[in-house]
Design a protein around this ligand. Structure first.
Ligand code: GLV
Ligand code: MN
Ligand code: MN
Length: 398
């Protein structure tokens, strides 16, 4: 039997690594001290539960229960400003299920915390490398916004690494997560069973103009990299209009202006361009618009243009059998108060689907807020999610 009190207690303990901000905020970026400390603590909890701990070269931490086990988990790194639930929920739920299975002698459940799901170095890099979506040496060359290479940063976990972890020992993967959007909270439903996860594209774009004096350089002579970025943004909003659907999203979330000073015409703008949709063709069409628009803006404004590596994941569907078990569990725990829904957020399950059947369930996010300190979910909903997961795992092992 899973123990909701023990599950919640472990959850609050995990939040203490990197607790920050107002409410239940967390700052636990991949390979930072708080992240590594949390992973050491998780490994010790896995050992106490009788699981065999293995840590792969990316720092994905597994608690193993043996061949044929179901793998349950998510990630324990956070965004630069994140909440206590994103990823952590699935990790602690996996730990509790694996522990309960050991205690009752039930069918084996293994658990995992993947590394860098939040993409300090791209998109879900820990599970992407484990699943072979990106090779280790290519991933190692990626740099974060501060210019630190993943290959250097991951040395912070060297003492924990045991070696590669064989995916063939797992029969499937289930990830529980908060919804991170408004739908369940708005309708008052308690559980979302995921049908599919959208695809994503993400790349850095650089406009290089001419750094100059902000008082003396006439407007018509400027090659202002910020103005190029502003023109690019306005233009893609316009050009996307005939291509996107209400589910398509795009974001310029990180901008670095050089030298970023009030009295200097900016000479360089480096920014992240990210877009997501459930249709791979639409992602491609958007890429064309982005590249063409950037080239036109660069031409018109005397900029040098360059693009970073194109990172991304394809849209994926959930496995029908695993998903069916979650649906049955949802109807048992929250009769008529659950729904099927797509995921607009990315998850490790996307990568893991290359290796084995995967499925996901959501619990509500209060006011639909996530990737922010204000992220939260009622504890009764966290426990309801655990119960659905437990019911599904029992059903699958029958
Ligand atoms: C993952 O956190 C995402 O950005 O969807
Ligand atoms: Mn997450
Ligand atoms: Mn996230």
């Amino acid at each position: 039997m899973t123990d909701p009190d023990r599950f919640l207690a472990d959850f609050h303990k995990l939040r203490s690594f990197g607790a920050a901000g107002v409410g239940k905020g967390v700052v636990r970026p991949a390979y930072g001290d708080a992240d590594v400390g949390a992973r050491q603590w998780l490994a010790s909890r896995m050992t106490e539960a009788g699981l065999r701990v293995e840590v792969d070269p990316m720092g994905n931490v597994f608690g193993l229960a043996g061949a044929g086990s179901l793998l349950v988990g998510s990630h324990s790194d956070s965004q630069p400003e994140g909440g206590w639930l994103d990823g952590a929920l699935g990790v602690i739920a996996g730990l509790e299920l694996a522990r309960a299975a050991k205690e009752t002698g039930g069918p084996p459940v293994s658990c995992v915390s993947f590394q860098d799901e939040e993409g300090r170095w791209g998109v879900t890099t820990g599970s992407a490398v484990w699943a072979g979506n990106i090779e280790q040496d290519k991933a190692d060359a990626l740099t974060d916004h501060a210019g630190i290479a993943l290959g250097d940063a991951r040395q912070a976990m060297d003492t924990m690494v045991t070696g590669p972890v064989d995916p063939a020992q797992f029969g499937g993967f289930i990830e529980m997560h908060i919804e991170q959007g408004p739908h369940l909270d708005t309708t008052g439903e308690r559980i979302g069973v995921v049908t599919d996860i959208v695809g994503i594209r993400d790349m850095k774009v650089t406009f290089e103009g001419q750094q100059n004096h902000a008082g003396t350089t006439p407007m018509h002579l400027r090659r202002d990299a910020f103005q190029a970025l502003a023109a690019f943004n306005a233009s893609i909003e316009e050009r996307f209009r005939n291509v996107v659907t209400p589910r398509t999203v795009w974001t310029i979330g990180h901008v670095s202006l050089h030298p970023n000073a009030s009295s200097i015409v900016p000479g360089r703008a480096v920014f992240s361009m990210q877009w997501r949709d459930a249709d791979g063709d639409r992602l491609k069409r958007m890429e064309e618009i982005i590249r063409d628009t950037a080239a036109e803006v660069a031409d018109a404004r005397g900029m040098t243009l360059s693009f970073g590596p194109m990172l991304g994941l394809e849209p994926v569907e959930m496995d029908a059998r695993l998903r069916g078990a979650l649906e049955t569990g949802a109807e048992e725990v929250a009769p008529a108060r659950w729904r099927r829904m797509p995921s607009g957020a990315l998850h490790d399950a996307t990568n893991v689907s290359r290796l084995m059947p995967v499925a996901m369930l959501f619990v509500p996010s209060i006011d639909g807020i996530s990737h922010a300190f204000a992220e939260d979910t009622r504890e009764e909903d966290l426990v309801a999610g655990l119960k659905v997961l437990d019911a599904a795992v029992q059903r699958l092992r029958r």
